[in-house]
Design a protein around this ligand. Structure first.
Ligand code: ZN
Length: 70
């Protein structure tokens, strides 16, 4: 079965690829990702998320920054 992974030109274990890319929301720009994160923090009390460029799809995703536990 062909998947989006085939276009990448390198092998990524499917489970890892899903976790770090396919299951995540995509953003075209870092700013779009950051805006979305800020909105989530303001309106839904989400934890802060850090935009990063994805090595798989070349777009941006958000990584949750875990709040330090006391
Ligand atoms: Zn990706």
């Amino acid at each position: 079965m062909r998947t989006g992974m085939d276009r990448l030109g390198f092998e990524v274990p499917a489970a890892k690829g899903r976790r770090m890319c396919l299951e995540k929301r995509q953003f075209l720009t870092k700013n779009a990702a950051r805006d979305f994160s800020i909105k989530g923090v303001k309106h839904y009390d989400n934890s802060v998320q850090q935009p990063y460029r994805c090595g798989l799809c070349g777009k941006f995703h958000l990584a949750t920054v875990r709040k330090a536990k006391k």
